[in-house]
Design a protein around this ligand. Structure first.
Ligand code: PBG
Length: 324
């Protein structure tokens, strides 16, 4: 059947019908809000390149979690800004380090909040790289120790899920074995599997004070032109025991999300990263775009590409006023 019998505009005419035939709807169940925990009390340091986001001391972090819950955002991913850094990142695995303390406080005061901990070393190392430095580059196998140690400590403090973002080979296997050995066999791993060496992380590195002091992350994060390699990364993480795999960043990598969706059956997450957020905010500040509509369109496109979970700094704003 073709025109004039078939008219696709018929289904677009009425707003109720348009809603009824909508294929992709983002809800707060899909969203994970990233939050930054810092030392101190009553501290709320604005992150300049990410308007509306702050480094929060744990007391205020708890308040933020309550207000997220109130608007229906029930999952967060935590990043830590430590008091002190070391050479290996092992400092992040102490019981009184910033993330274990944040987990304790949130679990106690906002029990329904689902807490995911980002697991990496770059926020905790003096050199800002994601692992142990040997001969001027990140040494893969030695780095696994601090990642596993972080995961075990976080699990001991009741974290709901760990999310390694370091891109070392074999880290999912090491973390799974480490957690299982300690009895935390029910703690899921969301692996940053296809994580690209991207310029879109710029604002985050200011927020987390995690920019590398020398060189870049190109020897461990993926090269942006790669797609087959992303499938290998994801496949290996699945074999090693990942429960959820992630593609990061999201917007310039929607093709990777779609390829992964068509090929793998486990849940896929996408990280709508800091630079993607900053661009929207900057253009909106100038009045060049309609921010609310753009945010909705962006999150919908990420879900439409095939991701089940979306990590996004827009989560609260979306829940507060865009849900309809
Ligand atoms: C840590 C980490 C980074 C991000 C998440 N975890 C930064 C990086 O790899 O340099 C980026 C998040 C964002 O840009 O929003 N390795």
């Amino acid at each position: 059947m073709s025109f004039p019998t078939t008219r696709l505009r018929r289904l677009r005419y009425n707003p109720v019908l348009r809603d009824m035939v909508t294929e992709t709807k983002v809800t707060t169940d899909d969203l994970i809000m990233p939050l930054f925990a810092c030392p101190g009390k009553g501290v709320k340091n604005p992150i300049v390149s990410m308007p509306g986001n702050y480094q929060l001391s744990i007391d205020l972090l708890v308040e933020e979690c309550k207000s997220l819950m109130n608007v229906g955002v029930r999952a967060i991913i935590l990043f830590g800004i430590p008091e002190e850094k070391d050479e290996t990142g092992m400092i992040a695995a102490h019981d009184d380090a910033i993330i274990p303390k944040a987990i304790d406080a949130i679990k106690k005061n906002v029990p329904g909040m689902y807490i995911i901990a980002d697991v990496c070393n770059c926020e905790y190392t003096t050199h800002g790289h994601c692992g142990v430095i040997v001969d001027g580059d990140v040494e893969n196998d030695q780095t696994l120790d601090s990642l596993v140690a972080q995961c075990i400590t976080f699990a001991k403090h009741g974290v709901d899920m760990v999310a390694p973002s370091d891109m070392m080979d074999g880290r999912v296997k090491a973390i799974r074995e480490g957690l299982d050995k300690e009895g935390y066999y029910m703690t899921p791993i969301m692996a940053y599997s296809a994580k690209y060496a991207s310029a879109f992380y710029g604002p985050f590195r200011d927020a987390a004070d995690s920019a590398p002091k020398f060189g870049n992350r190109a020897t461990y994060q993926m090269n942006p032109p790669q797609t087959n390699e992303a499938m290998r990364e994801i496949e290996l993480d699945i074999i090693e025991g990942a429960d959820i795999v992630m593609v990061k960043p999201a917007l310039s990598y929607l093709d990777i999300i779609r390829r992964a969706r068509d090929r793998f059956d486990l849940p896929i997450a996408a990280y709508n990263v800091s630079g993607e957020f900053a661009m929207v905010k900057a253009a909106a500040e100038r009045g060049w775009i309609d921010e609310d509509r753009i945010v909705k369109e962006i999150l919908t496109s990420i879900k439409r590409a095939g991701s089940d979970l979306i990590l996004t700094y827009h989560a609260k704003q979306f829940a507060e006023k865009l849900l309809k």
